[in-house]
Design a protein around this ligand. Structure first.
Ligand SMILES: C[S@@+](CC[C@H](N)C(=O)[O-])C[C@H]1O[C@@H](n2cnc3c(N)ncnc32)[C@H](O)[C@@H]1O
Length: 198
């Protein structure tokens, strides 16, 4: 078992240390099937923001599907890993803090995977507020939500009622399905959901 010097996932050093040591149990190593389905049923050319993109496999996939992608991560090690993977799409990844970043163009879609659950529960209200501020009316928050009640994380699971309470003031849930291709860290405890901004 590895030991780490950093313990605070709100600090970029926490994520740098894990990327630098290639300890990324959240990393899928590819594009989830539910995102592929979502792209297939969406209007072409959407503008998408990916907060906390990590290695960012989805960035190249979405760019190749014709989407206008901006991916951000506040960890320089994560940005380096994503850019190394993404070849021609490398410049779609920016080092930025989600809580202060303002995209050049309002996104049609915010893609969520393992960002909400990466941060402690006390950060949830701020994350939801930022999602709501960034998305225009009709914009979609689409992605994977991790449901669990273990007190320690990351990943920090959320209860269904707590997620509803967090999002329902600003969003309507328009899709909610189980996930068939989860990695072990999330298996049986994540769902694909799409929330539409009021
Ligand atoms: C658990 S990883 C998930 C990465 C990626 N979304 C995935 O599915 O593989 C969480 C990521 O969020 C990033 N992160 C955490 N807080 C952030 C913040 N305030 N702004 C931007 N990125 C942040 C971390 O650096 C890390 O890469």
């Amino acid at each position: 078992m590895q030991t780490f010097e950093t313990r605070d996932p709100t600090d970029q050093a926490f994520w740098n240390e894990r990327f630098d040591r290639n300890f990324m149990p959240w990393d899928k190593g590819g594009v989830p099937a539910a995102l592929r389905d979502f792209v297939a049923q969406s209007a072409p050319g959407a503008t998408v923001l990916i907060p906390g993109c990590g290695t960012g496999y989805e960035v190249g996939y979405l760019c190749e599907a014709g989407w206008d992608v901006t991916a951000i991560d506040f960890s320089p090690a994560a940005v380096d890993a994503a850019r190394a993977l993404l070849g021609p799409w490398a410049q779609r990844v920016e080092q930025a803090d989600f809580f202060t970043f303002t995209p050049k163009k309002p996104p049609d879609v915010i893609y969520e995977r393992a960002f909400l659950c990466a941060l402690p529960p006390r950060m949830r209200a701020a994350i939801a507020a930022r999602w709501a501020a960034l998305l225009p009316p009709g914009g979609l928050l689409a992605g994977f939500f991790y449901f669990d009640d273990a007190p320690k994380g990351p990943p920090f699971g959320i209860a269904k009622d707590a997620l509803d309470a967090l999002l329902k003031p600003s969003f309507e849930c328009v899709e909610d399905r189980p996930v068939a291709d989860s990695i072990p860290a999330f298996a049986g405890r994540e769902r694909w959901q799409v929330w539409r901004r009021y």
